[in-house]
Design a binder for this molecule. Structure first.
Ligand SMILES: Nc1ncnc2c1ncn2[C@@H]1O[C@H](COP(=O)(O)OP(=O)(O)OP(=O)(O)O)[C@@H](O)[C@H]1O
Ligand SMILES: [Mg+2]
Length: 252
């Protein structure tokens, strides 16, 4: 298998006349955490959404170039979007569990995919909750409404819901921005745990978070990818002046 799971080639995205992503080239390595940083409005979320075609939901969006996922160009019209979004799932800023029981949140995806056997579904519930560190706390409360959980537990549950459909890549768009500092550190630990089995791409405004959790970091600015490199290099000896100014807090 190639080292890279996603390869972005000369990728451009337009919202109508607005050129939001400009000539991007980058590769995401398997079983790593990649951080995307940069000031507000620079295109981080737009790029993340391009990885599972969530921008398709926005009228007037057009792209040029390619994004290869395991070698297949996922920008093509012929791509099976249901399968793509199963393989590449997304977690958002605010946890968004369904207003259902904890169990039903996890079994939702597998049921949609046709799994009917209750013993298999129960196994998926246990396995998914274990992977996000919720099993011990919740195993006796699986019928409880997910909305009754704390923000951190809701975010973990959303990650578990995504793992239940066996993704390869987990996209996270500022997943800790609604959490307190302690919960944030615990979700960061979870990201490090997840990369053993999955590939994680995380957008963050929190530079310390990018430095703590990621293997590689990309700095975006006004729709361009200014620099993409090993995280330590980005934070200690970046090649570009813009990167240095951003990571040292001179702007943004
Ligand atoms: N649905 C949309 N229609 C038109 N323009 C959009 C749309 N979504 C985003 N944009 C524009 O595209 C650019 C990139 O936005 P994006 O949300 O990707 O930035 P971001 O880096 O995630 O910002 P933030 O850090 O504030 O979340 C911005 O100029 C934004 O105004
Ligand atoms: Mg954003």
């Amino acid at each position: 298998m190639a080292d890279y799971t996603l390869k972005v080639e000369d990728f451009n995205l337009f919202y109508g006349d607005f050129h939001a992503l400009k000539g991007l080239n980058l590769s995401i390595k398997r079983n790593t955490v990649t951080a995307l940083i940069g000031p507000s409005g620079c295109g981080k979320s737009t790029l993340l959404r391009s990885f599972n075609r969530m921008n398709d939901l926005i009228p007037g969006v057009r792209t040029e170039g390619a994004i290869l996922f395991d070698g297949e160009d996922i920008t093509k019209d012929t791509v099976n979007l249901v399968r793509l979004r199963q393989k590449i799932g997304m977690v958002f800023q605010r946890p968004n569990p369904f207003p259902l029981s904890i169990r039903d949140n996890i079994t939702f995806g597998p049921c949609v995919m046709g799994e009917k056997k209750s013993d298999i579904l129960e196994g998926i519930v246990e396995d998914s909750l274990k992977r996000v560190g919720l099993w011990e706390a919740l195993k006796d409360d699986l019928n409880k409404n997910a909305l009754a959980l704390s923000d951190e537990q809701q975010q973990r549950l959303c990650i578990a819901r995504l793992l239940a459909v066996k993704p390869e890549i987990v996209l996270m768009d500022e997943p800790c921005s609604a959490l307190d500092p302690i919960a944030t550190l615990r979700i960061e630990e979870l990201m490090l745990e997840l990369k053993r089995r999955y590939t994680v791409v995380v957008v963050t405004h929190n530079m310390q978070q990018a430095a703590r959790v990621s293997d590689e970091t990309g700095l975006m600015y006004l729709g361009e990818l200014i620099e993409f490199d090993n995280t330590e290099k980005i934070f200690t000896s970046p090649s570009q002046k813009i990167t240095e100014d951003y990571v040292t807090g001179k702007f943004g």
